[in-house]
Design a protein around this ligand. Structure first.
Ligand code: ADP
Length: 384
């Protein structure tokens, strides 16, 4: 029989707190999720209590694992109350532990610019976000190929996998292993195909289901940005978490984004999700560099025949309608899937292919906008 929320809460009532009482009674359990035997939740703690509460976290995990029918239990401590809006300063080395949660401490933001509340990353010339209104549209595939295409065009590039819910860049970039740190504070980024990469996927066990809540995500992303030795970069491409919720909004507010690229598929003709993305960035005054239509048409691997199985061209029309640039279209092609899922994205594995050329063309347009060689922005349109 499937495990119920009541069973979980009952088990947690047996977990005692150092100060007396139990986890449930103290109202410290939040964000409980249950999915096919995978259980996750956060324990909200005062940030100064993080060390004292670690044994409680472990005990809670054990109590859940001991229940019949539970496959995994992921319990994280969160200093949620201490840092509602801004990115907290971590205590030491960026080490979101095996459960994926980067502990934060309250306090000032040494990396923030005065007044702006945004992180300051002086070595990085331009940070761009690759975003999508929903998951599965090929955002990560586009991000990795765009980053590699920018590099192929002669730029120094980093790739930050900010998709902490389902980090896919270690796989797509063909990188295994864990980052090292020379001083115990700043992590060295991983690298392959000529670009530097950082991802939560390097820091957590694979297959670990992660339960993230807004402030935790921001804290983790902040560490991946600030506590990594990125060196001098022309562009840092950020593969954002899917969707346009509070997390993405907070991230767009806290990270000094030079612009955002929105990935959309054509079958959603009205592109409702993509519109949400547009609106979100406009809300926080991040320029939308343009829209990319992914899985635009089907390219037959045998004969090269092009079939427009979805309503191809929807993104171009919508982009025009909203006064945003259309950056290009990428077909649905098994070669794109196989290469990126195999750790050798098409831009590096088959640079002569038309798809690689399409990514480089998009990268060139993006760079022209970033470096100011193209007209900055179209007319500013407010969508009601
Ligand atoms: P998202 O980041 O939006 O969730 P992914 O980039 O992980 O999406 O893509 C989802 C799946 O679709 C992956 O297996 C990926 O290889 C595949 N995919 C993405 N774009 C294409 C494309 N243009 N042609 C074929 N497969 C693609």
């Amino acid at each position: 029989m499937a495990i119920t929320e009541t069973q979980i809460l009952d088990a947690l009532r047996a977990v005692r707190l150092p100060q007396g009482g139990d986890l449930v009674g103290a109202g410290m359990v939040s964000g409980l999720t249950l999915r096919e035997g995978h259980v996750g939740f956060a324990i909200e703690v005062d940030p100064t209590q993080a060390t004292v509460m670690e044994p409680v976290r472990k005990a809670a995990e054990k109590a859940i694992m001991d229940l019949p029918g539970v496959l995994t239990a992921t319990v994280v401590l969160t200093a949620h109350r201490a840092a509602p809006q801004t990115a907290p300063r971590p205590t030491g080395p960026a080490k979101p532990h095996a459960h994926g949660h980067a502990h934060g401490q309250p306090g000032g933001q040494p990396g923030a610019q005065p007044g702006g509340g945004r992180l300051s990353l002086p070595g990085i010339k331009h940070i761009i976000a690759v975003a999508s209104g929903k998951g599965g549209v090929g955002k990560s595939t586009t991000a990795v190929n765009l980053a590699l295409a920018l590099h192929a065009n002669g730029l120094t590039v980093g790739l930050l996998d900010a998709d902490v819910y389902g980090p896919s860049q270690p796989r797509m970039m063909g990188i295994k292993g864990k980052p090292t740190s020379k001083d115990g504070k700043i992590m060295e980024p991983m690298a392959n195909h000529g670009i530097k990469v950082m991802s939560m996927g390097f820091l957590i066990e694979e297959e670990t289901p992660m339960i993230w809540r807004g402030p935790m995500v921001m804290s983790a992303i902040t560490q991946l940005l600030r506590d990594v030795n990125w060196g001098e970069l022309d562009v840092l491409v950020c593969d954002l978490p899917p969707g346009t919720g509070d997390t993405q909004l907070t991230m767009s507010q806290n990270v000094p984004l030079a612009g955002a690229v929105i990935v959309s598929t054509p079958q959603d003709i009205a592109l409702l999700d993509a519109k949400k993305g547009l609106n979100m960035f406009r809300k926080v005054d991040v320029p939308v560099l343009g829209i990319i239509e992914n899985m635009s048409y089907f390219s037959c691997p045998n004969c090269g025949h092009r079939s427009e199985i979805f309503a191809h061209g929807g993104a171009r029309r919508e982009a025009e309608r909203f006064g945003v640039d259309f950056l290009g279209e990428i077909p649905l092609d098994i070669a794109i899937r196989e290469t990126s899922d195999g750790g050798n994205p098409i831009v590096v594995s088959d640079p002569k292919s038309p798809h690689a050329a399409a990514y480089r063309d998009i990268a060139q347009k993006v760079w022209a906008k970033l470096s100011g060689t193209a007209q900055r922005q179209g007319p500013r349109i407010v969508i009601q």
